[in-house]
Design a protein around this ligand. Structure first.
Ligand code: SF4
Length: 232
């Protein structure tokens, strides 16, 4: 497992629970707005010398059994790590709950993780409406995987959230409704405001929405998903 960074405790990622966060490396998408391309592009990853050895992480975790509830596995795309299943099993052996942050490109891995009860919560990014995804993502991909992943998650026993990071130059009320039709009646939906940070496309032009505008998006989303929340 490539571990690029560990945040040892957070109360923010999973409300009312204490979690640590594992940041992986490498991604199968190339979103122009991606934060920190150093961990996305293989040539850049090859230059990184100091990944954290797995045994260091597990030694840390064993000392936190009474403090931490959750391990969050996130950025850049965990489901392409070949040993993710084994990694989750080892965490489960220590009785931690696992939250997985993911894009939607690997439905087979999602299915396996859910079926084997190796994860307890999924947060999946819904970046854009299905028909126009390629405008922002810069890579060819299997579009059906998008809908397949949504179906797998919605029809599973697992707790989950879908989330969209709103970017002013790209999202508007019209295309936003298209996004919502893709995830109608989901259990939970999170809206986040975009903040620039070392984007993959160095010329990526962006602007944030203000609070009132985000609230307007939330009001619309509630027509499709009752439990729609803003996370700033
Ligand atoms: S934004 Fe997420 S899915 Fe897109 S390239 Fe970056 S890590 Fe991958």
């Amino acid at each position: 497992m490539l571990i690029s960074w560990i945040k040892k405790t957070t109360l923010l990622d999973y409300p009312e629970k204490v979690a640590c966060i594992i940041f992986t490396a490498w991604c199968n998408l190339r979103c122009s707005f991606c934060h920190n391309s150093d961990f996305v592009i293989p040539e850049k990853i090859a230059q990184i010398k100091d990944f954290i050895p797995e045994n260091i992480f597990f030694n840390f975790l064993k000392t936190k059994v009474w403090i931490l509830d959750w391990v969050v596995i996130c950025w850049w795309e965990p489901t392409i790590q070949k040993d993710l299943i084994e990694f989750c099993k080892k965490i489960k052996d220590l009785w931690f709950l696992i939250k997985l942050d993911t894009n939607w490109l690997n439905p087979d891995m999602l299915e396996k993780l859910i079926k084997d009860k190796l994860i307890d919560y999924i947060a999946m990014d819904i970046k854009w409406d299905f028909d126009n995804l390629e405008d922002l993502l810069w890579v060819k991909f299997e579009k059906n995987n998008f809908l397949k992943s949504i179906d797998i998650i919605k029809n599973s026993w697992i707790d989950y959230e879908f989330r969209t990071t709103l970017i002013k130059n790209y999202h508007n009320l019209a295309n936003f409704e298209k996004i919502l039709t893709q995830i109608i009646w989901a259990k939970k939906y999170i809206l986040q405001n975009y903040k620039w940070w070392n984007t993959l496309d160095k010329n990526f032009s962006w602007e944030s929405f203000n609070e009132a505008e985000i609230k307007e998006f939330q009001n619309i989303s509630k027509k499709y998903i009752e439990n729609s929340q803003i996370r700033i």
